[in-house]
Design a protein around this ligand. Structure first.
Ligand SMILES: [Zn+2]
Ligand SMILES: [Zn+2]
Length: 658
């Protein structure tokens, strides 16, 4: 009897596929049941072999009548496994709906009824495009084949209207469209706008949906019943019969990068997918990433610009406020308070951007300098006044508030610094008759609470909005006339090279929430580093000025995007084991070819009792970085001395957190 040999990817942390056989032929991408050791596992057939030199076990069962991934989708996933040095089985598994990770479920489309299939006819749009939008749309409409395009549109310039037109063009050709958003909180508004026009053809996919709802969405998109899929990074590999366009909204957002397990960037996988499928891909942003701007400079990406706001209002004016010798009240300079009071008198709204939730970031003893720290992380506990707890923002553990210092028993405990809760309290005292809206993870925990706060802000006149970075994305506040950023200095002084870029993006984005009403809107940036070059560039309010200056700096200092980076990460319950393991890994790196830094503790060096260390590798070409990593990974995989097993290790390519 003839045998057919297949390489099968299994969800285990090994960087290889396993060969099995079957006495009949099946297409690639099929889910199968195989014996692995003594257990049964789900595998996905990724390759057919002509022969096998090793003895193979039979595939126990072919689970479905159709493939979960097409041949080209498998090609992209294999690329991702190689690029990120992550086990192929785990890569495939991470893009499979939960139901299909189990043997007991079968993929069948029988439950989708024929009458659910809708056919698309051209629709009329309510909003007319302005001249710039029309120009951008006409440019995008003509794209053929693999063409990444940066749609650079200042905040409020109406990028979504342009996306909608491009989506319609693809629907008319019966093609599917994938729209990615960086965060779940941005999905509802996109979903609304798309559903208003394309109705039942639009579906969503993200991790807060139920397992079954996600599975249904996945199947319908795979089957072509849903044509437009809006999702977060986990949606980037959703199979589609005829994908015609990918849109990455807010392409600069670091949320596109997964920070644990399989550390992929959905932006980069989407680009690869578009390249392999030879389709256009639109990257939209008011604050494009330096990586994207570099590719535009090199003519590898096209660019089309929306430089005018739809409302035709002036962009907000930036002021840098030196707070070195200012009188401060809960993180706000007295000057800022005066300006707030003027704006409120005009019946307008003020937004205060502070990236720290809770009441105060530190709880200390003023007598002996004891500081409340989490027992399982190396992070200070944040004082939360409302719930009367000290909370670790890294692991969410919470502790009672001691009356006496646990170290010296003196009753001299107090807090240091300002968080959103404290600002809310202080401003309530200053402006007792003004509504104050706090938007952070604590105040928006309950389902529907964010929507409630947003609608209250929309319908009120004078008011103060206090919020963390969650409020800078996507939301519009028509009556907002003043934005105050209180803690940008964290970004300026951070050890993380991505922090400055992110600080600039956040400031421009938060400023973009203002100035959609009458009158000149203002942005006040409080800083102790008022002469900082990057801050001064931002003063123009023009993101590209800031980005270009930062790019020149990066180029001169041989930093990304001009250099290519990866980290080798180690984690274990013993810091020394991490260091031993990483020093061992370092032996396999040719130091003449690249820069190697470390081993050093991660910025979050201890989380939930586990220590994290890494070494950073910088190389001047992508190919060289790949070669170096490949050698290290192979050497560690083959390590017989077992030093590499002292800690869990992994690779992070293009890291954004260190
Ligand atoms: Zn003390
Ligand atoms: Zn903790």
């Amino acid at each position: 009897m003839s045998k057919f040999f297949y390489n099968v990817a299994i969800n285990i942390p090994l960087r290889q596929a396993f060969t099995y056989h079957l006495n009949y032929e099946i297409p690639l991408g099929r889910r199968v049941e195989v014996k692995f050791g003594s257990t049964k596992k789900v595998g996905i057939v990724i390759e057919q072999l002509i022969n096998s030199e090793i003895d193979t076990k039979p595939i126990q069962k072919v689970l479905d009548d159709i493939s979960v991934f097409s041949v080209s989708e498998l090609k992209i996933l294999k690329w991702a496994s190689d690029y990120y040095f992550h086990p192929i089985g785990e890569v495939l598994n991470s893009f499979l709906p939960t139901n299909l990770r189990q043997i007991k479920n079968n993929l069948d489309f029988a439950e989708i009824e024929e009458n659910e299939i809708t056919y698309f006819k051209r629709v009329k749009f309510e909003n007319k495009l302005n001249a710039q939008q029309l120009k951008a749309f006409r440019f995008l409409k003509l794209l053929k084949g693999f063409k990444p395009v940066l749609l650079y549109g200042v905040t409020g310039s109406g990028k979504t209207e342009v996306y909608l037109r491009c989506v319609q063009e693809n629907l008319l050709k019966n093609r599917s469209i994938l729209v990615l958003a960086p965060e779940i909180s941005l999905i509802p508004q996109l979903e609304n706008r798309f559903k208003n026009i394309f109705g039942g053809l639009v579906g969503i996919y993200h991790s807060k949906m139920t397992i079954n709802a996600r599975y249904k969405s996945w199947k319908k998109f795979r089957n072509g019943n849903l044509k437009v899929m809006i999702g977060t990074r986990s949606a980037v590999m959703m199979p589609a019969p005829k994908l015609g366009l990918i849109v990455i909204d807010e392409e600069h957002d670091t949320s596109y990068k997964q920070q644990d397990g399989f550390k992929f960037s959905a932006r980069d996988i989407a680009l690869k997918r578009a390249q392999i499928l030879k389709i256009p891909i639109i990257l939209g942003s008011a604050t494009p990433s330096l990586r994207t701007l570099k590719l535009v400079d090199e003519d590898k990406f096209e660019v089309t610009k929306l430089t005018k706001r739809v409302t035709q209002k002036n962009p907000p004016k930036f002021t840098i406020l030196d707070i070195n010798s200012a009188d401060m009240v809960s993180g706000l300079a007295k000057n800022s308070l005066d300006v707030i009071s003027e704006i409120l008198k005009k019946n307008k709204q003020v937004l205060i951007f502070i990236n720290r939730r809770g009441f105060a970031p530190q709880f200390v003893c003023s007598y002996c300098n004891w500081k409340a720290m989490c027992s399982s992380c190396d992070s200070s506990l944040v004082f939360h006044h409302q719930v009367e707890r000290l909370i670790c923002h890294r692991c969410d553990s919470s502790f009672g508030i001691p009356r006496k210092c646990p170290s010296c028993s003196k009753e001299q405990l107090s807090y240091i610094g300002t968080g959103t809760e404290q600002l809310e309290n202080t401003l309530n005292n200053y402006f007792p008759n003004i509504p104050i809206y706090r938007m952070d993870r604590d105040s928006t925990k309950k389902v529907g609470s964010l929507e409630k706060i947003l609608s209250e802000i929309q319908s009120s006149k004078a008011g103060i909005i206090i919020g963390t970075q969650m409020l800078i994305k996507g939301h519009d506040f028509p009556n907002l006339q003043l934005v105050i950023a209180v803690d940008v200095d964290q970004g300026i002084t951070s050890l993380n090279t991505c922090a400055v870029e992110e600080m600039g993006q956040q400031l421009i984005q938060v400023a973009g929430r203002a100035g959609r009403s009458d009158g000149q809107a203002n942005v006040i940036v409080q800083s102790r580093y008022f002469n900082d070059q990057n801050l001064l560039q931002l003063k123009s309010g023009n993101y590209l000025n800031f980005a270009n200056s930062l790019m020149r700096e990066r180029k001169a200092m041989s930093q990304p995007p001009y250099y290519f980076e990866a980290t080798i990460n180690a984690s274990s319950s013993n810091a020394q084991n991490n260091i031993d393991m990483l020093n061992f890994a370092k032996k396999f790196i040719d130091h003449n070819k690249c820069l190697v830094i470390g081993p050093m503790p991660a910025i979050k060096s201890k989380v939930r009792g586990s220590y994290h260390h890494h070494i950073l590798i910088q190389a001047n070409t992508r190919a060289l970085l790949n070669k170096i990593l490949s050698h290290v990974v192979n050497s560690l995989d083959e390590d017989k001395s077992k030093i590499s097993r002292k800690a869990r290790w992994g690779i992070n390519v293009d890291p954004t957190e260190f």
